[in-house]
Design a binder for this molecule. Sequence first.
Ligand code: HDE
Length: 730
Amino acid sequence: MTTSKSPSKSKQQSDSSSPALDNALHEIQPGSGRVDHAEEQRDNGGETHQQIKPGADHGDGTAHLTDNFGHRISDNQNSLKAGARGPSLLEDFVLREKIFHFDHERIPERIVHARGSGAHGVFEVTEAIPELTKAELFQKKGNSCPLFVRFSTVAGSKGSKDTPRDVRGFAVKFYTETGNWDLVGNNMAPFFIQDAIKFPDLIHSVKPEADRGYPQAASAHDTFWDFISLMPESMHMIMWAMSDRALPRSLRMMEGFGVHTFRFVNAEGKGTFVKFHWKPKLGMQSTTWDEAVKISGADPDYHRRDLHDAIDAGDFPEWELGIQTFDEQWAAKQPYDVLDATKLIPEEEIPVRIIGKMTLNRNPDNFFAETEQAAFLPTNVIPGIDFSNDPLLQGRLFSYLDTQKSRLGTTNFHQIPINAPKCPMHNFQRDGLMQTMVPTGRANYEPNSLAEADEDGGPRECPETGFSTFEENAERNDPTEKVRARGELFADHFSQARMFYLSQTDNEQAHIASAIVFELSKVTLPHVRERVVAQLRNIDADLAKRIADGLAIDLPEAAKPARKPVDLGQSDALSIQKNVKDILEGRQVGILFAEGSDRKTIDALKKSIEAKGGTAMLIAPKIGGIKLDGGTLEADGQLAGTPSVLLDAVALVLTREAAEKLTTDSAAVDFVCDAWAHLKAIGHDDGARHLLDHCHVPVEAGGVSEADGSFVDNAALRFFDREPDVRDLA
Ligand code: HDE
């Protein structure tokens, strides 16, 4: 069956600056046996099942509408009836097939990370690391491969909003020449729990409560905090989850982490521990909490739209892939266990070494077929990359394969194009539900000697180049001892939580404190609130006091730590604000205008915003055309539908009369008040001052300026100094 492809709006392929990038846009062309499901059906041996071509369209390129078995449909508007006003007939196979298929369109959503957005891209090696890994991909600078990424929230359902306070999934599927490598990480470096056996409990506690089915996509409720208060190991991750990292401004502006310690293995069989990092080209940016709440109403698809639009416009999001590598000896000297996923390795201890670049350059053609059906498996590693004994990772190695069977319904989910490798795939696995490959010949077992009779005996194993598990030095473990226990240092639950908190700016610390007060204020069980504060006392006395004050409760006794915390100092890399990139790229700047606004100011602003890589968005009370000197100007967004929460900075270019009129329009007042409260740059001309005065925005405040070049410079920043004026930071 032919499928029509919509013309690409983006400048994607033709504009890529790197030849490697261009090459990798084309799929890896393997030898025989490649299965290209989208174009045609082939069997394992490479034979094609021919499609009947003649008369496949109307002669003008428009395909014939057919049912699923190729029968042309004459009428797609009316069902078959016994008379025009009579009952529908059972024999209407066109109607029945259409409704039958529709009835079964939904599949179970992911148990966690149900809401996600995907994109295709390419990975390019910028520094070869053969001394660390034999992975084919990393042998040469310039090597590249196609990839697919899916970003997600964790707790919410598929149809929930993009901007809850939550961890974001950051899953990357590299289609390498030696098989798929899935780096299934998050935008936060540690995790809530240490052992996979606690994962179902963690997720049950954060999901909507069992009896009442709410709250959706929120951790601010009894069961989550009840569990957390009883799991001190979660305290480090709680600091991250309550920080601005949980409120990314854009999926393009967040870091990614492999979380676990993995292992590189080189050609000599030498193992090196490795932690993976993704560093965004646009730097990190977050929204404020109030802004995130309002965005979820104004545009629940805020992140999905932003990612899609950026790629569509040719502003391809980029991340650098970095590694921290270390050996057993180094690991043994640390005050934490590198196998404990609730811990990170400070970048000041081991700097992140950049080895590659990921560019997202193509939107999925079909959300369901690609983004929804993408199945990531931490077990997808390539020779040269291996696992560690992290007990959380070990549990994941089972879970992901298992879950795909119930979500995608078949053990053959690897044949779905988004999941299929782009290198040759041959084995003796056969049959199963929804088998789409048509193997030929008799060889469905191995060893066989069919080749001796001139028959195809099928593939053979590869002792030299195949995946072989790292031979671990078992010195630190006795593999003959069966225990339900954890490493000794796993018991330190607070040292890194404290390091994270102390590494934040004052203002970021205040955000953490406000977030915890907000969340605990939604908790109805007083003993849970108290128990959380008792745990927080082990992180920082001041933090615990702030929370107790914020809840108006007495400071409880500190919880007794399982192991005495140690002082790890600070790590500046953990703060967003200490690392912010002062750039306009990727940012959306609004210019509000109305009848009579000065066209020259608008044009000049737009030009300089675009010159700095930002996007200018014209906003007016009416979208179709506003009268200005010398003609009319169309807006990109209508004022009520484009609140300032969707913008990074706003310029107000208004006549005095228009400004006065807008003081009675709550959309305009909210536009200004929110931009002020969310610490955004505000530019204004003389006429617009009236609206600013009405909204009590002091024109001499930081980030408030004339609507000229100074505004465009400011637009790259947020003005945190203003924060004490707009909210209680106690
Ligand atoms: Fe996942 N996780 N997870 N997780 N996870 C899933 O797999 C699970 C963990 C992560 O875009 C599920 O295919 C267990 C850590 C991402 O499709 C499921 C444990 C990290 C995604 C599952 C963890 C992650 C998932 C649901 C503890 C960061 C979305 C659907 C042992 C390193 C991938 C699916 C996508 C998805 C299980 C812990 C990241 C149920 C048992 C730690 C980004 O299998």
